[in-house]
Design a protein around this ligand. Structure first.
Ligand code: ATP
Ligand code: MG
Length: 354
């Protein structure tokens, strides 16, 4: 497979270096063919080429099987106008690649329960995936504007979804549930929003095609509560763009370890984009102490989803679990008394375990 590797900013290059080392180890151990090519994105691209998404990077991504991204952004570019922000590069890349679905698996790793704000039994059996619609809804609907209304300003955002957009993301939710515990929770606000009523009707219609999957509907406010009250009841959650944005951060915090969670953004036919959910962590950049495990888990997702290499993906996951079980920690995960590894030491440990 051909992988476009975009290290980006902050800790991005540090964790990406280790991810590439891991990929090279996979190539060696499993006799796989993985071709890696680097591209610029974000602040690094602004500095070198004057734009957060150079044409060459977009072209590289388009002609690859998958994109592996570190992180973008940092205080250095904070004062810049919108189009010269690192984040604009990632938004443009998502749009150009048609990445309509964002997948975030939420699992609690054995031995890391202490990092979670939830305690004891609440954390048992937490294993869910949030499937968030990424290209529609309130973030993209028009009109989206600020205008004068008599003496004061008013502003408008538009929540818009077509049935086809809704069906596409719900179908992915059903398919994912089918691969897992066959429980799909569709989250909406159907008591208030018309888009949510169309969403719910579409979910009901699709459910007829998936009799083996149990479909539940939850209102988003209730879903936010249930995530804390009983997180283990969820298997696959599917929802629209803004609800998914909020719920996926909430769910991520249940595990307590931002340095451990991967994500995938998928398109209908083109390459998917794989990245850790955390940002560029400017506060620890360049210190070789970032946790590379979310990035490694993103690599595992990429191998599984893009190439169907389940054995390789499972091997990465087990290697991470065994390193954690042996008590090795990076600083962000460290309880007092545990061994603190640097980014590169953690990378080496995982390769060794592999
Ligand atoms: P963004 O806006 O890009 O999402 P953010 O402001 O939400 O960024 P992060 O960059 O994710 O924030 O960082 C939040 C906190 O978590 C910081 O203190 C950072 O050091 C820490 N952090 C993030 N990722 C990691 C990691 N891989 N290893 C260790 N610490 C991390
Ligand atoms: Mg953030």
């Amino acid at each position: 497979m051909r992988v476009a590797v975009l290290p980006g900013d902050g800790i991005g290059p540090e964790i990406t270096r280790e991810a590439v080392n891991l990929l090279e180890e996979i190539v060696r151990l499993f006799q796989r063919n993985i071709e890696i090519q680097y591209g610029q994105i974000g602040g690094a691209a602004i500095d070198e080429e004057g734009t957060p998404l150079p044409k060459a990077t977009l072209q590289l991504c388009r002609t690859s099987d998958a994109v592996l991204l570190g992180a973008v952004g940092g205080p250095k570019w904070d004062g810049q106008p919108g189009h010269l922000r690192p984040e604009a590069g990632l938004l443009a890349l998502r749009k150009e690649l048609g990445l309509y679905a964002n997948l975030r698996p939420i699992t609690v790793f054995a031995g890391l329960e202490g990092a979670s704000p939830l305690k004891g039994e609440l954390l048992q059996d937490v294993d869910m995936v949030i499937v968030r619609e990424l290209t529609g809804g309130l973030y993209f609907g028009t009109p989206k504007e600020r205008r004068r209304s008599g003496q004061e300003w008013e502003a408008v955002d538009t929540l818009h979804y077509t049935e086809a957009e809704i069906e596409r993301i719900l179908r992915l939710g059903f398919e994912m549930a089918r691969q897992r515990r066959r429980l799909l929770t569709s989250v909406d606000k159907a008591n208030v929003l018309e888009t949510s009523r169309l969403w719910r009707e579409t979910a009901e219609r699709l459910a007829l095609e998936y009799p083996d999957v149990t479909l539940n509907h939850l209102l988003v406010d209730n879903a936010a509560m249930q995530l804390i009250k009983c997180p283990s009841r969820f298997d696959v959650i599917v929802t629209e763009n803004m609800f998914g944005d909020i719920l996926s951060d909430e769910a991520a915090m249940i595990t307590g370890s931002i340095g451990m969670l991967p994500s995938a953004s998928l398109s209908e036919t083109g390459p998917g984009l794989y990245e850790p959910i955390h940002g560029s962590a400017p506060d620890i950049a360049g210190q070789n102490k970032a946790n590379p495990l979310a990035m490694f888990l993103s690599v595992a997702m990429m191998l599984r989803q893009t190439a169907g290499w389940a054995r390789e993906a499972d091997a990465i996951q087990s290697a991470i679990e065994s390193v954690l079980a042996e008590g090795w920690r990076t600083e962000d995960l460290g309880e007092p008394g545990t061994a603190r590894l640097t980014t590169s030491e953690m990378g080496a440990k995982v390769r060794e375990a592999l």
